[in-house]
Structures are given as C-alpha cells and as structure tokens.
Design a protein around this ligand. Structure first.
Ligand SMILES: Cc1cc2nc3c(=O)[nH]c(=O)nc-3n(C[C@H](O)[C@H](O)[C@H](O)COP(=O)(O)O)c2cc1C
Length: 195
C-alpha cells in the first residue's frame, strides 16, 4: 500500500556521504525536485530555487568553495606542498560527488515571511530527499560556512544581500548507506496539555 511505502521511506532514508561515479539522469532529477515542490508554501510563494552543478560545471563551483575557505581562513593561502595537497584532496573529494544542488531563495524583508520561506524551502528539501530515496538516489543536506560568505554567493552568480542560500545538497547513487542511528522516543519530546 502506497501510504505504508511513504512511512517506510521516511524511516529508511539515510544521509549519504559516499557516492558512486554514475550521474543521475536529468529526467529523474526533474521528478525528484518536482516532488520537492509539493511542499507546503504560504501564499503559494514556492520560494525555492536550485542551481545544479554537475559535469564540467562542478569546477567553477568547487573553485568558488576553495576560494571561500581561503578567505574564511579554513584553508591557508600559501603555496606550500602541504596547502596544495590539502586543496587538491578537497577538490577531488568534491568533484567526485556527481551533483551539487545549491538551494536558495529570495530574502524577504519581513522577518515572518523570511521564516515562512525558509521553513517552506526546508520542507521542499525533505520532500526531495524522500522522493530521491524512492528512486534509489541519495542526498546529503549540507550547511557550510561558505554559504555565509557574500563573495562566494557572488562567485556563483547570487547577490548575498537579496538571496539566501538555504543548503547545498550533495546528490548521487549511494556507495554506502550508513546504519540507522534511530531517534529518541517521541514521548521524551511530546508534552500533551489537555486541560
Ligand atoms: C539542516 C541540516 C544540515 C546538515 N548539514 C550537514 C553537514 O553539513 N554535513 C553532514 O555530514 N551532515 C549534515 N546533515 C545531515 C545530518 O548529519 C543527518 O541528517 C543526521 O546525522 C541523521 O542521519 P540520517 O539523515 O541518515 O538519518 C545536515 C542535516 C540537516 C537537516
């Protein structure tokens, strides 16, 4: 029964940290994000936008990440063998991931609207993650320091003043699925106030 499948997927989905080389078909990616877009959205704003980096397109994205890490001070800027080796291994790690999806939305000046949009985009991401799982596709939801670097935004063609990067999703077919860490019993989080 379909409903049971959805419930199973909610529990079975895992964050994926290592991906096979094979790319995900454009048609499947389109399906996955179409399911994502059935997320609830106040005023039907559908605030989500996606920049999908893949194939040769990954190079400019990864270069922007490295430059940002150097600006932030997470990677040195010298040209010592140690630094160059570190940059090299970070680059190859990132380039081996088949797809990187930058999920972003327009910043609303109104803080309540901003929160609604952020929440809706998060629901979009989770819907997409669950749909992806159904197609055998894995994702890792990441929030990293470069997402807060205005120059990084500009390097990927976004204006930091007007656009918020909500997440970068790493996407591909899972090489390894980590074990289920389980969750705290909901009774520990749930307080029922009945009178
Ligand atoms: C908003 C958000 C940001 C996350 N950022 C990262 C991240 O930067 N790196 C990472 O390895 N995992 C990240 N995760 C994934 C969590 O580590 C993961 O969901 C958690 O360990 C539970 O594992 P599961 O998703 O397999 O159930 C993020 C998850 C969320 C919701």
């Amino acid at each position: 029964m379909i409903i049971i499948d959805i419930l199973k997927t909610i529990k079975a989905r895992r964050s994926i940290h290592t991906f096979k080389e094979q790319e995900v078909d454009a048609a499947i990616l389109k399906e996955i994000f179409t399911y994502g877009s059935y997320a609830p959205t106040h005023y039907m704003k559908e605030p989500w936008n996606i920049k999908m980096y893949q194939e040769e397109g990954k190079h400019k994205f990864v270069d922007a990440i490295i430059s940002s890490y150097q600006r932030i001070g997470m990677i040195k800027t010298d040209e010592s063998p140690k630094t160059l080796k570190m940059i090299d291994s970070m680059k190859s790690f990132l380039l081996e991931i088949p797809h990187h999806a930058v999920i972003y939305f327009e910043k609303d000046d109104n803080p309540v609207r901003y929160e609604e949009d952020y929440a809706s985009v998060s629901a979009f991401i989770q819907n997409a993650q669950l749909a992806a799982w159904e197609y055998g596709v894995g994702m890792l939801w990441t929030i990293t320091p470069y997402m807060h670097d205005p120059e990084f935004a500009s390097d990927i063609g976004l204006n930091h003043d007007t656009m918020k990067i909500a997440a970068v999703m790493q996407i591909g077919y899972p090489k390894k699925v980590s074990h289920d860490k389980g969750r705290t019993a909901i009774e520990e989080k749930l307080e029922i106030i009945a009178k």
